[in-house]
Write a protein that binds this ligand. Structure first.
Ligand SMILES: O=P(O)(O)OC[C@H]1O[C@](O)(COP(=O)(O)O)[C@@H](O)[C@@H]1O
Length: 327
C-alpha cells in the first residue's frame, strides 16, 4: 500500500496525518514553558489544555479511548470524551493520547519527554485500563515471533542474539530504572548485556529499539499500559515486534479492566491486538532525547519544535521541524 492509496473505506484522511502534528506541537510548546520548574502537575495541565484546544480545530468526530484517566478523575481529555470540531459529522476517529509523556522528566528537565498521540478508526485501539503492563519489544528485521513474554528474559535475549548473530552479552536492553526491575536487571547483567536504565518515558524507550543509532536492541519491563498502546501504534508504523501483558495490583484494577471489556487477564497482546488497522502516530519533543529534539526558545521571539508523524498503512515516516513565533 502506498501513501497515495489509503485503504478502501479508511476514515483516516491523508490530511489528518499532518494536522495531528499541530496537536502534539501545541501540547509540547505549552509544556515546554514548565521545563525544569519542578512542577509536574502544572506542566501536565498546560499540555492537556493546549492539546484539547488544538483537537477542536480538526474536522473530526474524535473519541478519547486512552487519555488522562476516567471522567471522575480528569477534567479534560478523559476516556470517552469527544474531541474534534465536527462531532456527528466528521470521520469517527479513536484517539489514544498522552499530552505529556514524562511529567517528572519535564519538571526536572531530563531527556525524552514527549507530547504524543495515536489515532485509528473506531474500535481499532485497545481501551487499555490505567494499570501497568509487562512490555517486551524488539526493533524491525527479526523473524516474526522472535520475542515471547511467556519466556524468560534470558530466553528472549538469547533468541535475539542468535538471530542477530552476536553473543547475548552484546545485546543492549532498555529498562525503566525502578526497584521492581531489580531481578530483571540482575538477570540481564548476569548475561553480560548492556542495560540502559531510563528514569521515565518508556514510549521513547520502546521506540528506541527501532533506531539503530540508539544501539538499543530490546525493551523490557513494566510500565504504564496506556503508554504500551501508544508505543505499539508507533511500531505498527515503523516495524518491530511488541508483546504486552496487563499487570493488576488489586481488585479495583481488575474491575476497571472488565469495564473496558477485558476478560482474559493473562493475555499477551501483540501489535495488532493493541493497534489494528490503519493508524497514525504523532509525537513532538518537549525535552530533547533519543527520538526528538525538544522545544527550543530562541532569541528574537522564535521557538523551534521537532515532531514525527507516521502512518501504518503507508509506512511513511515524516520528521517535521517547526519554527514558531512566540506570542
Ligand atoms: O513511574 P511508574 O509508576 O513506574 O510508571 C511508569 C510510567 O511512567 C512514565 O515513565 C512517565 O509517565 P508520566 O508522564 O505519567 O509521568 C511512563 O513512560 C511509564 O510507562
Amino acid at each position: 500500500m502506498n501513501s497515495k492509496n489509503p485503504p478502501a473505506g479508511s476514515q483516516l484522511d491523508r490530511v489528518l496525518v499532518l494536522e495531528l502534528v499541530r496537536v502534539t506541537e501545541a501540547a509540547a510548546i505549552a509544556a515546554s514553558e514548565l521545563i525544569g520548574r519542578g512542577d509536574e502537575k502544572a506542566a501536565d495541565a498546560a499540555a492537556v489544555e493546549a492539546m484539547r484546544h488544538a483537537f477542536d480545530q480538526l474536522d473530526i468526530d474524535g473519541t478519547v479511548v486512552i487519555g488522562e484517566g476516567e471522567r471522575d478523575e480528569a477534567p479534560m481529555l478523559y476516556i470517552g470524551e469527544k474531541v474534534g470540531g465536527a462531532p456527528g459529522k466528521g470521520p469517527k476517529i479513536d484517539i489514544a493520547l498522552d499530552p505529556l509523556e514524562g511529567t517528572t522528566i519535564t519538571a526536572k528537565a531530563g531527556p525524552n519527554a514527549l507530547a504524543v498521540l495515536a489515532a485509528a478508526e473506531e474500535g481499532c485501539l485497545l481501551n487499555a485500563p490505567d494499570t501497568y503492563m509487562d512490555k517486551l519489544a524488539v526493533g524491525p528485521g527479526y523473524p516474526e515471533g522472535i520475542i515471547d513474554l511467556a519466556k524468560t528474559p534470558t530466553e528472549n535475549v538469547c533468541a535475539v542474539a542468535a538471530a542477530k548473530g552476536v553473543e547475548p552479552k552484546d545485546i543492549i536492553v532498555c529498562v525503566l530504572d525502578r526497584p521492581r526491575h531489580a531481578d530483571l536487571i540482575a538477570e540481564l547483567r548476569g548475561l553480560g548485556c548492556g542495560v540502559v536504565l531510563i528514569g521515565d518515558g518508556d514510549v521513547a524507550g520502546v521506540i528506541a529499539t527501532t533506531n539503530p543509532e540508539t544501539t538499543i536492541d530490546m525493551y523490557m519491563g513494566q510500565g504504564g499500559a496506556p503508554e504500551g498502546v501508544l508505543a505499539a501504534a508507533a511500531l505498527r508504523c515503523v516495524g518491530g515486534q511488541f508483546n504486552g501483558r496487563l499487570v493488576f495490583r488489586n481488585e479495583d484494577e481488575k474491575r476497571r479492566a472488565a469495564k473496558w471489556g477485558i476478560e482474559d487477564l493473562d493475555r499477551i497482546y501483540k501489535l495488532e491486538d493493541l493497534a489494528k488497522g490503519d493508524c497514525i502516530f504523532a509525537a513532538t519533543g518537549v525535552t530533547s532525547g533519543s527520538l526528538l529534539e525538544g522545544v527550543k526558545r530562541l532569541r528574537g521571539g522564535k521557538m523551534t519544535t521537532e515532531s514525527v508523524v507516521m502512518r501504518a498503512s503507508s509506512g511513511t515516516v515524516r520528521w517535521i521541524k517547526g519554527e514558531h513565533r512566540l506570542v
